[in-house]
Design a protein around this ligand. Structure first.
Ligand code: TXA
Ligand code: MG
Length: 343
């Protein structure tokens, strides 16, 4: 077990935090860092040994590649090649910010990052702490979400402490993440841009810049037996709390009746703001109805809280499946192992 230090980033200590984090990163160590989406577990993307350690610490499957985080366009050219005009237009519109582009990789990026693929997922985070750390390190940082594999992504430093204490030397505390779900992942290496993972930047927003962008069906549907995943992350049952999660579509009245009839010890519900008292089992809100941003921000904290109270079964009010809510729907349907009850 190593000693894990938590450093709280404030406006006036950003430089010294970035210096401490980058020193560790350049020495091959892992550092948990805040980003605008979720916390990331970062390593120098050029250091294969350090990146291997990310997979080990997280217990991450060896075939699920990592996102490379950059702080400027010089770094983009260091890690990606043959970047199309459409990709550049999207970058100019949404970077720095929660959009990840899958591009052709250069030799510089360690094979460990991309799991041997010839493409690399790249994003330029807008969180000032993340940006300062990448800049101070002077190298791109490979960083998956800083949770143990299979746990909900961390949206606070405490979540990182819960999962990584004793396993990494430094966790940088940047407060609660603004967005709360991981970045939108868009493949830019095929004939059309393809949405591989929905995030707060919706497909509708992307189509304003790239009208031919498509949505991979795996975003809302389970992959068929033997079907190849465009993005390895699609295969895994992510965001899975210990409890059995069931997504329920229908009105509040129908939901309350359905769940009420199944009330028992260990049975909980996840609902929208103001609905907590109308359901016959202990209920916790994960955001405002019809407001994808507010749901995204709270979703992972609530999934972690549900585990912490020892829930055995959780019925969840289904969010919409368009706009920003598609990102929330996508996380929940995976947490539910694609179990959906339609009332
Ligand atoms: O918001 C985020 O993206 C956060 C923060 C820390 O930046 N990171 C994150 O990383 O969510 P991770 O590793 O948990 O998710 C990366 C996703 C996975 O679904 C992975 O399969 C996909 O990106 N991915 C990575 N490289 C890829 C590639 N070359 N082609 C297709 N998908 C790729
Ligand atoms: Mg993840």
């Amino acid at each position: 077990m190593m000693n894990t230090v938590v450093m709280r980033a404030e406006k006036d200590n950003l430089e010294s935090i970035a210096a401490a984090a980058s020193k560790l990163l350049l020495a091959g160590e892992l550092v948990a860092i805040p980003t605008e989406t979720v916390y990331g577990l970062a390593a120098n993307a050029y250091d294969g040994e350090a990146v291997k350690n990310i997979f080990k610490v997280k217990g991450r499957p060896q075939d699920n590649p990592l996102i490379v985080h950059i702080s400027d366009y010089i770094m983009l050219n260091d890690v990606a090649t043959g970047v199309s005009d459409a990709a550049l237009r999207l970058a100019k519109e949404f970077w720095p910010g929660p959009l990840t582009l899958v591009l052709k990789k250069t030799e510089a990026v360690s094979e460990v990052v991309t799991c041997g693929m010839d493409t690399v997922a790249v994003r330029m985070p807008s969180n000032p702490v993340a940006a300062a750390i990448i800049k101070a390190a002077g190298v791109p940082l490979a960083a998956p979400s800083a949770n143990l594999s299979g746990r909900p992504s961390p949206t606070t430093a405490q979540h990182c402490v819960d999962d990584l204490s004793g396993k990494v030397p430094l966790i940088v505390d940047g407060g609660h993440c603004d967005v709360g779900v991981e970045s939108t992942v868009l493949s830019m290496v095929g004939e059309h841009p393809v949405l591989l993972r929905p995030g707060i930047i919706s497909i509708e927003e992307i189509r304003k810049i790239a009208p031919d962008a498509q949505v991979s069906h795996a975003v809302v549907e389970e992959l068929k037996e033997g079907e190849a995943a465009l993005s390895p992350g699609m295969k895994y049952k992510h965001y899975s709390p210990k409890a059995d999660v069931v997504m329920v579509e229908g009105s509040l009245e129908a939901f309350a009746e359905y769940v009420g009839a199944r009330a028992a010890n260990g049975v909980f519900a996840m609902c929208f703001d103001g609905e907590e008292e109308s359901i016959g089992v202990p209920s916790i809100s994960y955001g405002a109805k019809g407001n994808g941003e507010s749901q995204a921000k709270r979703l992972f904290s609530v999934l972690r809280a549900v585990d912490a109270i020892g829930a055995e079964r959780v019925y969840v009010r289904a969010p919409e499946d368009d706009g920003v809510s598609l990102a929330v729907f996508n996380r929940l349907i995976r947490a539910a192992g694609f179990k959906v009850v339609k009332l």
